[in-house]
Ligand binder design. Structure first.
Ligand code: NAD
Ligand code: 6OH
Length: 486
């Protein structure tokens, strides 16, 4: 059985004083690896290594040298593409084509894009007048913040972890990463990449374990962690923010969502159905940006519901490398239980179940996996729990609407504000509605189309801060102004 170890100061190490935990396959619940759980002293060793690395070779590199190393990381990820694809498929059970077309290439891109940003973005400078007429010159320099604690989730583990590690390293920081306990494999593999391309020891560290009273909490409580970047549930963000308040550490949070999609009757119908299908069901609905509330203008409501139902019923469940399959399981038994509890609530609250609502029939070798049916509901009021709460599963509720104001009010009537997708061929309306939906990320006639230079993050309870392009510099560097009296 494979043993997944911590990666501390450039070495794969076993934990001190803890018992390894099981990593199970989402496909059939079989144990596929054992993962060492970092103790408080392991976490301390990782943070101390990261701290020491700031003062060592890494801290002395020029921007050009750092950028070259990060390009090396990206190229090595690409060279070992198949290893990353296999590891991520083993962790999440999601289809091969999702890994190869999106999640793994994004891991490499996350290093390149921020290498380019730090190399090319100038810093500000202001000349000012002074009473003696000679003036002064102000200019800003950006310095790394220090040791960044990176806490990442299970739904797109490699993409979301590198989305933080890329900019953190590009800006000259060092990192200690705590991947989700559900998905330890690709983050660990990245340790091998770091060593093989010559990233100095201690710059990238990985500690495994859980949240409360385990590696996650130990990391966020460590006084030598200078800032914490976290993607995960809003509730977890609250706990991390409390820990970060000790010592005034900065946080960057990408949190939950209950994203609304808005489809106007003038939308290109087939494109809208395809787009909403992806936004509801990609990755078995386990995408933070995914849609769980669909609002469709009344004239096309029935036709739209029917078309989405046909597509949802056509998915083919199966193993990631089964080319006849295109649909994976949920991540864990615990998550399946949560999603199924919402399927039960929808029924109890009186939903019309357009399709799904249960678990699919699976062959014997996959019967113990965490499979659930893509599910569509209609007929519920806006107060229903499946319309209000993040489920993070392959499901949506579809409601009709009659006016722009009505649909905007409904879309905004939620504590979250991560993303939205709007479908219309009326250009003025697209811009008008986009500006009024209270979210960080809006797509018009598309979904999850990502330009990594743009601001990414959530409003309301969906996050704090923006990452992407120059926006990541705000979090991963400390800006210092230098005023020179001439
Ligand atoms: P989670 O909050 O349960 O776990 C995320 C990470 O936090 C894991 O590594 C976990 O071990 C760790 N953790 C848990 N409790 C902790 C604590 N007290 N202290 C320190 N670390 C702790 O989230 P998840 O279930 O892995 O991911 C799903 C959630 O993530 C959903 O809510 C989803 O919307 C959100 N998400 C948001 C984005 C975004 O960009 N906004 C992206 C992906 C996922
Ligand atoms: C959430 O599941 C997906 C988040 C996506 C990103 O963070 C990204 O950068 O595309």
């Amino acid at each position: 059985m494979q043993l997944i170890r911590n990666f501390i100061n450039g070495e794969f190490v076993e934990a001190t004083g803890t018992t390894p935990f099981d990593k199970r396959s989402p496909l059939n619940n079989q144990v596929i690896a054992q993962v060492v759980e970092a103790s408080r002293s392991d976490v301390d060793a990782a943070v101390q290594a990261a701290h020491a690395a700031l003062k060592g070779e890494w801290g002395g590199l020029s921007t050009d040298q750092r950028v070259d190393l990060l390009y090396g990381v990206a190229n090595e990820i690409t060279r070992r593409f198949d290893d990353f694809v296999a590891a991520e498929m083993a962790d999440t059970g999601q289809p091969h084509h999702v890994m190869t077309s999106a999640f793994i290439p994004r891991g490499a891109a996350n290093f390149k894009v921020f290498a380019d940003v730090v190399k090319n973005v100038p810093s500000e400078s202001f000349r000012m007048a002074t009473p003696d007429g000679k003036g002064a010159l102000n200019y800003a320099i950006r310095l790394p913040k220090g040791v960044i604690g990176v806490i990442s989730p299970w739904n797109a583990p490699f993409m979301l972890m590198t989305w933080k590690v890329g900019p953190a390293l590009a800006c000259g920081n060092t990192v200690v990463v705590k991947p989700s306990e559900e998905t330890p494999l690709t983050t660990t593999l990245l340790g091998e990449v770091m060593n093989s391309v010559g990233i100095p020891k201690g710059v990238f560290n990985v500690i495994h374990g859980f949240g409360p009273n385990s590696a996650g909490e130990f990391l966020t409580q460590h006084p030598k962690v200078d800032a914490i970047t976290f993607t995960g549930e809003t509730r977890t963000g609250t706990a991390i923010m409390k820990a970060a308040s000790e010592g005034m550490r900065d946080v960057s949070f990408e949190l939950g969502g209950k994203n609304a999609a808005i489809v106007f009757a003038d939308a290109e119908f087939d494109a809208a159905v395809d787009g909403i299908f992806r936004s509801v069901f990609l990755n078995s609905g386990q995408v933070c940006l995914g849609t769980e509330r669909v609002y469709v203008e009344r004239p096309i409501f029935d036709k739209f519901v029917q078309a989405l139902k046909v597509k949802a019923e056509a998915v083919k469940f199966g193993r990631p490398d089964d080319h006849n399959a295109n649909y994976g399981p949920l991540i864990s038994a615990e998550h399946k239980q949560k999603v199924m509890s919402y399927y039960a609530k929808a029924k109890a609250e009186g939903a019309t179940i357009v399709t799904g609502g249960g678990v699919p029939d699976m062959p014997a070798d996959l019967q113990d996996g965490h499979w659930v049916q893509p599910t569509i509901w209609t007929g519920l009021p806006e107060t229903a729990s499946v319309v209000r709460e993040e489920i993070f599963g392959p499901c949506c509720h579809i409601s009709p609407f009659d006016s722009e104001d009505e649909v905007i009010n409904k879309a905004n009537d939620n504590e979250y504000g991560l993303s939205t997708t709007i479908w219309t061929t009326n250009l003025s309306r697209a811009h008008r509605v986009a500006a009024r939906v209270e979210v960080g990320i809006t797509w018009i006639n598309s979904w999850f189309l990502r330009d990594l230079r743009t601001a990414f993050g959530g409003s309301k309870q969906s996050g704090i801060g923006r990452e992407g392009g120059v926006h990541s510099l705000e979090f991963y560097t400390e800006t210092r102004n230098i005023c020179v009296k001439l």
